[in-house]
Design a protein around this ligand. Structure first.
Ligand SMILES: Cc1ncc(COP(=O)(O)O)c(C=O)c1O
Length: 399
């Protein structure tokens, strides 16, 4: 009898007791809106911002309704105009080009390497085409951030980092989100901290931070923020910055604060699981493990591998066989987006030219979630199943 995995790839851990207790306090108080605070009370949203700013070493932090909102807010705050080109990754998920489209701007896609990071040669070639790069650290793969920043600084490009998959990751000692002008994070259920929905935006630029606070819908109550610029900075922008409401509330902030304090330990637990799967898959015939740059400390909340140059039918057969044994894999090479997978040519509102080497990589990417509810034994079992099924299809059916 062949082994079968019976766990759920979408089951998260419960919210920690401390978060539940803090959430109940907010519920009992009735003061859920971030600016609805009692005399002398800071409020959970303001405290969350203060603590996250300290955690990543940023001067300013704003909590908002979602990661996608943070990205759109960052584009508005750096002054991106309708019709303006914005560089971004060809390998990312729909909220990234969606944020660009939400401000009427036009994505200009930059290719992906076999290491699943942005192709820096392609970026250098396209650097003259835009003044903003929305860099997606897709699935936690960190590119050579030193070279990326050198390219962007030389070309005068403002970098907005999409850290939806890199909260807790570090490049050469610098937290992910702290290289560019703005870092944006997501706290949606499948990310590294979970409030259902939620986003954080960090920056050291005071005018940008003030605009972001106004944009999020601060009703001139910006003095209640604990990680925002001085009130004088708001005087210069407050009548020219529209309100595009997308605030964080005290209930979700209460759930998040204890999770952020526990993040380091969670990163270790994710990476322990990742390494077990990675080791189990290494040297599988036909399958390429994606090696990580040792200068980056990633968060292994998902794992990707490549079935490079496989025929589409063979990939589908391998995925079907894995699914029959309880292992859910997602493929970026399908002709249409399914669930969370999509790629640059799926976003038909955004013009794109074919990118042959990127297409080759995208057609080979297989993706799997690694929730913390999996034990290390579960991870070893999952790797054994993938190894057996992919190896069997490769030896029998793949070119
Ligand atoms: C790469 C990437 N960027 C941004 C986001 C946006 O986050 P949110 O769902 O919080 O809007 C997501 C969410 O799935 C994502 O995967």
């Amino acid at each position: 009898m062949s082994e079968r995995f019976t766990g759920s790839f979408t089951q998260q851990e419960p919210i920690p007791d401390e978060g539940i207790a803090a959430a109940l306090d907010v519920l009992r108080s009735g003061r859920l809106h971030r600016y609805n605070v009692a005399e002398g009370e800071a409020g959970e949203a303001a405290l969350l911002e203060q603590e996250f700013a300290a955690q990543v070493g940023a001067r300013y932090c704003l909590a908002v309704a979602s990661g996608g909102y943070a990205l759109g807010c960052a584009l508005r705050a750096v002054g991106v105009q309708p019709g303006e080109p914005v560089l971004t990754n060809a390998f990312t998920l729909a909220p990234v080009p969606g944020a660009i489209a939400s401000v009427g701007a036009v994505p200009v896609f930059v290719g992906v390497t076999e290491g699943l990071v942005i192709d820096l040669d392609d970026l250098a070639a396209k650097a003259g085409q835009a003044r903003v790069l929305m860099l997606s650290h897709m699935r936690g793969h960190l590119c050579d951030m030193d070279r990326l920043m050198a390219i962007c600084d030389a070309a005068g490009i403002t970098v907005i980092e999409d850290c939806a998959h890199t909260m807790g990751a570090v490049w050469d000692g610098v937290p992910s989100g702290r290289h560019g002008a703005v870092g944006c994070y997501s706290m949606q259920t499948y990310k590294h901290v979970n409030s259902g929905e939620g986003g954080l935006l960090v920056t050291d630029d005071e005018a940008l931070a003030a605009r972001a606070v106004m944009l999020s819908g601060s009703y001139m109550l910006y003095e209640r923020h604990l990680a925002a610029p001085r009130p004088e900075v708001f005087e210069t922008i407050k009548f020219d910055t529209p309100n595009v409401s997308g605030r964080m509330d005290n209930l979700r902030a209460a759930i998040l604060r204890p999770q952020l304090r526990a993040l380091e330990g969670q990163v270790t637990r994710w990476n322990d699981r990742y390494r077990v799967v990675e080791e189990g898959l290494r040297d599988t015939p036909g399958l390429r493990v994606v090696d990580r740059d040792p200068r980056g400390r990633f968060v292994g909340s998902s794992i990707q591998f490549l079935l490079l140059d496989w025929a589409p039918e063979a990939v589908q057969e391998a995925l079907r066989r894995c699914a029959a044994r309880g292992v859910e894999l997602k493929w970026f090479g399908g002709s249409e987006p399914v669930g969370f997978t999509s790629r640059y040519d799926s976003w038909r509102y955004a013009p794109s030219q074919p990118m042959p080497s990127t297409d080759r990589v995208l057609r080979g990417i297989v993706d799997m979630r690694l929730p913390l509810t999996f034990s290390l034994d579960d991870c070893a079992l999952i790797a054994r199943i993938i190894r057996a099924e992919i190896g069997a299809v490769f030896q029998g059916a793949a070119p």
